[in-house]
Design a protein around this ligand. Structure first.
Ligand code: AOF
Ligand code: ZN
Length: 360
């Protein structure tokens, strides 16, 4: 097995931390001897042992081995001792890293290891590692804004609903399971007011991964009534729930939701609202519709990642997912990067990033 193949395995292991380690990164590590795996591990739970230590624990004799790890090993005494010390003490000879750690408190591992005579390589499978930990990397690089993902399930012709405004079951079971898995990795799940009222969603996680912390819920409402019987309001005492309103509307909306446990955030713009969510400690936000909110976020360049589930049907008319965008000429259109494409049952998943958070 090559370093690069071992890194693919380490990245696969890292993903098992989805929903359990944020705001820390997902990290996986593989120990290689003569090209064969002799130990594997990953960061499984926030605050617990790091990936390298988990892999070393699994290995009978790590002396002389190569550690292939998806993030630069840490140098700090945090919730656990520094991984660089663990690697040096274990007698590891070579360390292969996908990406440097942007967290200044923990960074410097590559240099530290080199000073101890260990051969270090950085940048193996860098792109895949950057995509995996996009939320962590963007949050380190851009501390005032959360990582924003827009999820849309549409027909082939880009409709969120049919002509009668029905949207339930547009996509199949696999796609719905995927969305519950996806939700587990976000700090907040957001919808616009119309979606909150018409779909009456719970925005809870009911899938294969139970998140360490249940995601907060956010309703974006410029104005308009928020009926008290909505599930989001009824359960606001269990899970933090925010209602984002324009400052002029905030007092009236505060009255609408009084006694429910919902917190009203007065924000003049979407950008300001997202900044406020970040200040509250919500570092990643998954926006689940509808068309008005999604289009506004795209139009204002506030979406970092688009998760698009396409159902294999044509609807002809309905609510457009990406309606009313301003015209852009081919010369001016800047392309997004497809980071994942696969089938979800009969549906198609397409994940696109606005920009990759690459270090080089
Ligand atoms: C590693 N391996 O598996 C992880 C690392 O809160 P702490 O003390 O656990 O430290 C978290 C920071 O350590 C995190 O932000 C990142 O910089 C690094 N995470 N480092 O070598 C790991 N999870
Ligand atoms: Zn560490």
């Amino acid at each position: 097995m090559t370093d690069s193949e071992a890194m693919v395995r380490a990245l696969e292991l890292a993903l098992a931390g989805w929903g359990r380690v944020a705001p820390n990164p997902m990290v996986g590590a593989v120990l290689l001897r003569d090209g064969a795996i002799v130990g594997e591990g990953y960061h499984a739970e926030f605050g617990r042992e790091h990936a390298e230590v988990a892999a070393l624990d699994q290995c009978d004799d790590p002396r002389g081995s190569t550690c292939v790890v998806t993030l630069e090993p840490c140098t700090h005494h945090g919730k656990t001792p520094p991984c660089v010390e663990a690697l040096v003490n274990a007698g590891v000879q070579r360390v292969v890293i996908a990406i440097a750690d942007p967290n200044s408190r923990a960074a410097g591992g590559a240099d530290h290891l080199r000073e101890r005579g260990i051969h270090v390589e950085v940048g193996v499978q860098e792109r895949t590692a950057a995509i995996l930990n996009a939320s962590f990397l963007w949050n380190a690089t851009r501390p005032d804004m959360p990582f924003v993902t827009l999820k849309m399930a549409t027909s082939l012709d880009g409709f969120l609903t049919d002509v009668d405004r029905r949207s339930q079951w547009i996509s199949g079971k696999e796609a719905r399971d995927y969305v519950h898995w996806l939700r587990a990795g976000y700090d907040a799940l957001a919808v616009g007011r119309v979606t909150a009222v018409e779909d009456d969603p719970q925005l809870t996680v009911r899938g294969s991964v139970t998140p360490r912390v249940a995601p907060a819920r956010v309703i974006f409402s410029k104005s308009g009534k928020i009926p008290r019987h909505l599930k989001l309001l009824q359960t606001a005492t269990n899970v933090p729930t925010y209602l984002v309103a324009e400052p002029a509307q905030a007092p009236r909306l505060t009255a609408d939701v009084s006694g429910t446990g919902v917190t009203v955030l007065a924000a003049p713009t979407l950008r300001d609202a997202l900044r406020q969510l970040k200040t509250l400690g919500l570092v990643s936000v998954l926006v689940e519709g509808g068309g008005v909110l999604g289009t506004a976020l795209l139009e204002q360049d506030l979406v970092d990642r688009l998760v698009w589930v396409q159902a294999p049907i044509w609807l002809g008319q309905g609510v457009r997912a990406f309606g009313n965008r301003r015209a852009v000429t081919l010369d001016a259109a800047s392309p997004w990067t497809a980071v994942e494409q696969r089938a979800l049952g009969a549906d198609t998943l397409l994940v696109l990033d606005r920009e990759l958070c690459l270090q080089g």
